[in-house]
Design a protein around this ligand. Structure first.
Ligand code: ACO
Length: 312
């Protein structure tokens, strides 16, 4: 189909690598795609606090507790920058949260899996934050200015998160046999859900082609998944742990590993709301929203009082 002159000019700006800023003209589809993707990303940061927050009171040492607390707070900060970035596209935070709570918007599939023990906190930092960075490093180059700038800071903090996870894994994997077994079990359970974070395979990715033409996405889902596997295999080897995939094999020709695809029916089931923890996560978010109503009301009342005093 034919582009309008405005659309053509927009596409040329994208081609030249220019950043698109909030008040500038953009196609409606570009704006909608950004609201969907950045909003989903923001929700993921916020919902992502739940599986880890679950372990703050049970971290094995004071130092681990302080580190985990800082990390979970960082995730809240990421959610807030990202909500601010979406707000520049003309949708309010309250609207975004209402869409999350009513199931109209998604959050990352990974946060619908439980964290059963301390080794899982290591695996989440190592694999989940590792996968998140692999995706987010390329998003620093995304075409929408506020999103790309938010990504720069988020990536710095995510690399600290990934290292803290790997550090937990090192302690566990080089610990006693029971600890090593826990580390292996955590890797075995989190491996395929981590691969799913990159989204469906390219042939089933409905948004990739248009998002890449607009440089909202820079790499395809499969490209990033491959990079993640290639980065992670040597890290698992160093830990002396086994990735639960009999087909995992170095492929000299492509210069990367061959590996098994995750069970995509499980993925589609999880994003449809039927994963192991979907209900629990959503209930926790809705409860937090409702329990915070008195505080939001107080803020509004205070702002109104201050404004009327100023007017008097
Ligand atoms: N979890 C939940 N939903 C997903 C996931 C996932 N891991 N992957 C894909 N989907 C959804 C898409 O949102 C889309 O559904 P929708 O049309 O209802 O929104 C559908 O599956 C088809 O997927 P794609 O066409 O491939 O979607 P898209 O081009 O948006 O690619 C991706 C998905 C790679 C996740 C992209 O949105 C992205 O890069 N998002 C930003 C990064 C992000 O959200 N990270 C959160 C991870 S964790 C963290 O940061 C703490």
């Amino acid at each position: 189909d034919e582009m309008t002159p405005e659309e053509r000019e927009f596409q040329e700006r994208i081609g030249r690598g220019e950043k698109i800023e909030p008040k500038e003209w953009m196609p409606e589809g570009y704006r909608k795609t950004l609201i969907r993707q950045i909003g989903q990303h923001a929700h993921s940061e916020i919902v992502g606090q739940l599986p880890e927050g679950n372990w703050i009171t049970r971290a094995p040492t004071l130092e681990r507790k302080a580190i985990l607390l800082a990390k979970v707070q960082d995730e809240a900060g990421h959610g807030l920058y990202l909500y601010s970035a979406v707000e520049t596209l003309g949708v309010s935070r309250d609207e975004l949260l209402a869409m999350l709570h009513s199931g109209k918007m998604k959050y990352s599939s990974i946060f619908n899996y439980p964290t059963l023990n301390w080794a899982d906190i290591g695996a989440v930092g190592w694999l989940v934050d590792g996968a998140a960075i692999m995706n987010q490093v390329q998003l620093q180059k995304t075409s929408y200015g506020p999103y790309s700038r938010a990504m720069i800071r988020i990536c710095k903090e995510e690399s600290f998160h990934q290292r803290q996870g790997y550090d937990i894994m090192m302690k566990m994997a080089f610990g006693n046999p029971a600890q090593k077994a826990m580390a292996q079990d955590a890797l075995s359970r989190f491996w395929y859900p981590s691969l799913m974070m990159f989204g469906p395979s390219d042939k089933d990715s409905v948004h990739s082609a248009q998002s890449m033409a607009w440089k909202i996405k820079i790499n395809t889902n499969d490209e990033l998944r491959q990079k993640f596997v290639d980065q992670t295999v040597p890290q698992a080897k160093y830990l002396g742990l086994t990735i639960p995939d009999e087909n995992l094999k170095w492929n000299e020709d492509k210069g990367g590993y061959d590996f098994s695809e995750p069970d995509w029916s499980e993925f589609f089931d999880v994003i449809a709301g039927n994963g192991p923890c979907n209900r629990e996560r959503m209930n926790a978010r809705v409860k937090a929203w409702e329990d915070g109503a008195w505080f939001r009301d107080g803020l509004v009342a205070h702002a109104e009082k201050t404004a009327s005093r100023r007017a008097a």
